[in-house]
Design a protein around this ligand. Structure first.
Ligand code: PA5
Length: 448
């Protein structure tokens, strides 16, 4: 197990006695995931908890085969999905390969993520790329009814059929959706598309280790066996009910304690730009899981040192509502030496013989000390290398920390009732049948 929680910078903010006082509560929150499931809100969505061990091996083999076919017959893969049906796959690909994956991919297709906005500009760009290159489509929607991906899929389906004819197009479309229900499921059955399943007991934001994430991730050439093995290692390592023996539970307890002490924002920090989408995935995971009943830490994120030059001032001296969770890695994917320069015109010869990673580490140490001096608690999640195995460990660690945090907060970490409000309004304003009365009320409000 490579993940370690480093709490040494919390000493001025949380006492041993305060953490000790969280032991029973944290054990009880965990027992809602295990032995007291019948008392747990959202227990129908605990499937992710054992997924690294009991995932569908037959489907896993089909995912690998589908990825092999896509890699062999497509220069571009269009992944259509939003929220939990989008972020995990993109985050994993960028984490293991690069945020510049599409510029560096050689033996695997470029991957374009659409249907995660309603921007016509974004769609047009990817449509025009696909007009000129061989492409496949993986449309992902657990409900099978979400507007953003549905509209985008309509356009890419039409393009594929125009370009390849209906039959070949059908062989290039891969659908990931519910086993039984939803418009997308019905369409996939009718057209004979290859299908993969989002398990009933796994919610969207916890679904990256199902076909939702695994098919696009495998298409990028990432080792999905290693990813699952890392998650399985985390599942074994972080099941102790005692937070003293379980860094994942301890992290959940620390988050909750800081919230009780008045911190309102958790800022996820990383010094690797390839972590940017993991930050987005984290924000959805924790934001949708905890932000309800007028409660919950607001999940924010930064990439340092980049954002030290934009957000650093606020973090150091703004409202004291923040704490930082810093994700670190034992080593960068690659390092660069800093050479001596005979003229030393830039005055940087004091760094000669050092490496860029050394400078990055010193920036991190300097920042952690400055921010804690400024009253911002820092907790570090220390990880191994940035590879598929360690990513699996980290994904499971954060999913479990999120679930335990939600139960500690007293909310259901597996529902998202608030997301429906904008959808109802949007359907009404778009004239969807059945929303006429709401449409009248909204139009009057918009006119006045
Ligand atoms: O976490 C969630 O459940 C949501 O973010 C969904 O993933 C998102 O709304 C997309 O839903 P669907 O996969 O049903 O299209």
């Amino acid at each position: 197990m490579s993940i370690r929680l480093n709490c040494k910078y919390l000493r001025d903010f949380i006492s041993d006695a305060e953490l000790e006082a969280m032991r029973d509560e944290t054990a009880a929150a965990q027992s809602l995931l295990y032995e007291n499931k019948d008392k747990a809100a959202g227990s129908d969505y605990h499937g992710w908890l054992t997924l690294p061990a009991d995932y569908d091996k037959e489907e896993f083999a089909r995912i690998r085969a589908a990825a092999k076919k896509i890699i062999s017959d497509s220069k571009a893969l269009v992944v259509i999905g939003i929220g939990g049906s989008y972020l995990g796959a993109r985050a994993a690909i960028e984490f293991v390969t690069s945020k510049n994956y599409n510029l560096t991919a050689v033996d695997t297709p470029q991957i374009f993520f659409v249907g995660n906005s309603i921007s016509p500009t974004e769609l047009s760009e990817v449509l025009s790329i696909c007009e000129k290159t061989d492409f496949s489509v993986n449309v992902i929607s657990k409900s099978g009814t979400t507007t953003e991906p549905a509209v985008a899929f309509r356009m890419f389906k039409a393009l594929a059929e125009k370009k390849y004819g209906k039959e070949e197009a059908a062989g290039r479309i891969y659908v990931t959706t519910d086993k039984r229900k939803g418009t997308l499921k019905a369409l996939a059955d009718k057209e004979g598309y290859a299908q993969f399943v989002v398990p009933d007991d796994v919610g969207g934001r916890y679904s990256v280790l199902t076909a939702v994430g695994l098919l696009p991730i495998a298409c990028a050439g990432v080792d999905i066996d290693a990813l699952m093995a890392g998650a399985a290692a985390s599942m074994e390592a972080f099941c102790d009910r005692d937070l003293k023996k379980n860094d994942c539970a301890k992290y959940a307890a620390i988050r909750n304690l800081l919230y009780r002490k008045g911190k309102k924002v958790e800022m996820m920090v990383c010094y690797e730009p390839d972590y940017t989408l993991m930050n987005e995935w984290y924000k959805q995971l924790f934001g949708e899981s905890e932000g309800k009943d007028n409660k919950g830490l607001f999940p924010a994120s930064v990439i340092y040192s980049t954002d030290l030059h934009s957000m650093g001032q606020y973090v150091q001296e703004g409202e004291r509502i923040l704490f930082e969770t810093v994700v670190t890695f034992d080593a960068p994917k690659c390092d660069l030496p800093i050479e001596a320069d005979a003229e030393n015109a830039d005055g940087l010869n004091f760094l000669a013989g050092r490496s860029m990673d050394y400078v990055n580490r010193k920036a991190r140490e300097a920042t952690v000390l400055a921010h804690t001096d400024g009253g911002v608690p820092n907790v570090l999640i220390e990880c191994g290398k940035m590879d598929a195995y360690n990513l699996g460990e980290l994904i499971y660690f954060l999913e479990k920390a999120c679930a335990v945090s939600g139960y500690l907060l007293g909310v259901n970490p597996f529902d998202q009732p608030g997301v429906e409000s904008y959808k109802k309004n949007m359907f009404a304003l778009l004239g969807k049948p059945g929303y006429e009365a709401l449409a009248d009320t909204l139009k009057k409000r918009l006119e006045n």
